[in-house]
Design a protein around this ligand. Structure first.
Ligand code: MN
Length: 355
């Protein structure tokens, strides 16, 4: 880890400009904020590029990366090794990510951080990985860790951070009762309402706030967005309880939403799955000719990343993956029926294997 860190610090020091590619969820934004603060302190120039596993599947995405050093945060760059190696011909690469590892990419010109490589044997969101590298903004890391549902594994650490900032210690299993969790909601809301522009706004506030107190004040402007999202989520939660489809044998709850007002798939599936802890929850969000799918299974009995990945196999222009408890997929509407069959088949296979 130290050698890798030294290499990264040296590359940062020598680079004229640095491309920072980050995932636009709370964990990705909190990872980016910590890194950007470091770059600013060092007087470095940087470009911010928001990424997602979907975007990274396309070669055209990599045209945007023009600097001699590219840092990927909370994005499974090792899953796109062909593109990464091509990019590596013209840039040094740092990958700080905690998705299930596909490949150890470490080399002379790539520094790859993943909990699986760094001797961390528990679920560890990227915000915490970045914090462990720079050790400066614990409150930002705590928001990111809770946002990525890492509160269960990092509760003692979060309690210490809370104490340092004069907050009372959270008690809930995932620390969702923490003061820091509120700011995860605010950050999420800005992305759900305004998309990339909203997440940029949240990132800007994180970067411009030196202390947690400052951030609390600055983020007040996001509150009205959060209120709008909260009531929309409430409305959809009620609709879910009324209209969900249940497959008892497969312990599966599914729900379809057409043209939602905001991009709420990830947040809604997390909320619902917490209330249906021992069920596999799958949301289908249909927009135009595309279906976005969110998979959740909070008791960890089945692997959602595997389920997502397997269920898109053989489907053109589809992708799927993520974490064991939370995953996502994208499929074309013309393949929706086949995808649903795959989903049931693969879930059945996992149940059988678990017995
Ligand atoms: Mn993450």
């Amino acid at each position: 880890m130290n050698q890798k860190k030294e290499k990264m610090i040296k590359w940062i020091k020598n680079a004229g400009t640095i491309d920072v590619v980050y995932h636009i969820d709370t964990d990705g934004l909190c990872s980016a904020a910590q890194l950007i603060k470091y770059l600013k302190k060092k007087g470095k120039n940087y470009n911010l590029i928001s990424g997602s596993p979907q975007k990274m599947r396309h070669s055209s995405f990599y045209y945007k990366l023009k600097s001699e050093l590219v840092i990927f945060l909370d994005l499974p760059a090792d899953h796109y090794e062909d593109e990464i190696y091509k990019l590596n011909d013209r840039a040094d690469i740092v990958i700080i990510d905690h998705h299930i590892m596909n490949k150890d990419m470490n080399s002379e010109t790539i520094a790859h951080f993943n909990p699986a490589l760094d001797g961390i044997d528990k679920y560890c969101p990227s915000s915490k990985q970045v914090y462990d590298l720079f050790r400066k903004y614990d409150w930002i890391a705590a928001i990111g860790v809770i946002g990525d549902l890492g509160g269960k594994q990092w509760k003692e650490w979060i309690n210490r951070v809370e104490k340092r900032h004069g907050l009372s210690p959270c008690k809930g299993e995932y620390c969702l009762d923490s003061e820091f969790a509120k700011y995860d909601h605010l950050i999420n809301a800005s992305r759900m309402i305004k998309g990339e522009e909203g997440s940029m706004e949240a990132l800007k506030i994180l970067v411009e706030s030196e202390t947690f107190e400052e951030f609390k004040k600055q983020s007040e402007k996001l509150i009205s967005w959060e209120q709008e999202i909260s009531s929309y989520l409430e409305e959809l939660k009620e609709r879910f309880e009324k209209d969900k489809e249940e497959n008892k044998k497969l312990e599966l709850l599914t729900f379809t939403i057409r043209n939602p007002k905001y991009s709420i798939g990830s947040a809604l599936s997390t909320i619902i799955s917490m209330e249906h802890y021992n069920k596999t929850v799958v949301l289908f969000i249909i927009k135009n000719s595309i279906v976005n799918v969110n998979f959740r299974r909070q008791d960890g009995k089945y692997d959602m990343a595997l389920l997502a990945k397997k269920s898109v196999e053989g489907l053109p222009k589809a992708s799927g993956g993520g974490h064991p408890k939370a995953a996502g997929a994208t499929v074309r509407i013309v393949d929706f029926a086949e995808f649903r069959n795959n989903l049931k088949k693969n879930l059945r296979a996992q149940m059988k294997a678990a017995k």
